[in-house]
Design a protein around this ligand. Structure first.
Ligand SMILES: [Zn+2]
Length: 348
């Protein structure tokens, strides 16, 4: 067996640019792993890599897809902790393990980090560092997004914002991939969770997922609603997965000594703020990015114990890749859109 099916991009463009075709199965090196792809989430990075907006390390022809889960087929001789047959999921970047940043617990900013790609195919070769073993009982559809969504949420809530028992946390974009997981992890941390969304139809789902309160955004500043819910004090922590459109509301919602964790920016626009407002409030503005291998392993444990659960909107065969990208681009669905490049993705 030397060939596989893959959704190839020969140039940037609209979703119709994908061509599902037969290509060579890639070869693996000493520190790499050949994985049979059972599920690959369609992420917003996939969309901007496809349409040409994201150009870093992008050369065509290209197979994209970074939210990968599947089964290990073969391992290079230097792979320390994975074996054929293991179920694995990926993070969005691999790191070198050697540089100063990697050696000081800051691998997400590794100077030699490489983006994970290639999940829109039956097989992919990845550095072992980008993969974490998952229990075989977890569905591939659910594990594929644990790194880019759950891992980033854990990084934001537990390790950057350091949410703790009794605090109040505001989460924006709470029905998005990261927001959905951040809400569950903040709740697990013992915090009171206020979830913000623009869609009133999603209120009940957010409450079921663990939100204590839900704010439906219907104007330019929703901070009065947050103030009302917090006896005028505001929240201890904001986990913001939306960015500039809600920055003003979020900062106004922040209590004195509050921590503002910036996780996402959906648009290109700037924000402005009088610096005095930051120091008068003694606020901390915190940048959150990516996920380490250890954090991903912790998220896998939470998922294995049933303490967090991603929301899957639909699982489609690789031949439906064009449709999958239209669905994600239009934000048409509530939950992740997942491709299943290899057969029997949901049954094994
Ligand atoms: Zn490094």
């Amino acid at each position: 067996m030397t060939v596989m099916r893959a959704a190839m991009l020969r140039a940037p463009g609209p979703p119709e640019q994908f061509e599902v075709t037969e290509v060579e199965i890639p070869r693996f090196g000493r520190d790499e792993v050949l994985v049979q792809v059972r599920a690959c989430g369609v992420s917003s990075r996939d969309v901007v890599e496809r349409n040409g907006t994201y150009r870093r390390d992008v050369t065509f022809p290209l197979v994209i897809g970074l939210e990968i889960s599947g089964t290990v087929v073969e391992c290079g001789q230097d792979v320390p902790d994975l074996r054929p047959g293991d179920h694995v999921c990926s993070k969005a970047f691999s790191s070198c393990g050697q540089c100063r940043l990697c050696r000081t617990g800051r691998e997400t900013t590794c100077s030699r980090r490489r983006p994970v790609r290639g999940g829109y195919a039956e097989y992919v070769v990845l550095p072992w560092d980008a993969l974490v073993r998952v229990p075989s009982g977890l569905p591939f559809e659910e594990t594929c997004g644990l790194g880019p969504a759950g891992g980033v949420a854990l990084n934001a809530v537990r390790d950057v914002a350091r949410v703790t028992v009794g605090e109040t946390v505001l989460i924006t974009g709470a029905t998005g991939g990261v927001g959905w997981m951040a809400l569950q992890i903040a709740r697990l941390s013992g915090a009171r969770v206020i979830a913000a969304t623009r869609d009133p139809d999603r209120r009940s789902s957010l409450l079921e997922a663990g939100a204590d309160e839900v704010i439906v955004i219907d104007g330019p500043d929703f901070s009065p609603q947050v103030r009302t819910l917090t006896d005028g004090e505001g929240v201890d922590v904001v986990v913001d997965t939306v960015g500039s459109p809600v920055f003003g509301s979020c900062f106004n919602s922040l209590a004195v000594h509050g921590r503002y964790a910036l996780v996402g920016q959906l648009l290109g626009e700037e924000i402005s703020i009088n610096p005095a407002r930051i120091f008068f409030k003694r606020a901390s503005l915190l940048g959150v990015g990516s996920v380490s291998r250890a954090q991903l392993a912790d998220v896998v444990d939470l998922a294995a114990r049933g303490q967090i659960r991603p929301r899957i909107a639909c699982t489609l065969p690789l031949d439906d890749v064009v449709r999958a990208h239209h669905l994600v681009e239009r934000s048409a669905l509530f939950g992740r859109v997942v491709l299943a490049p290899s057969p029997s993705a949901s049954t094994e």
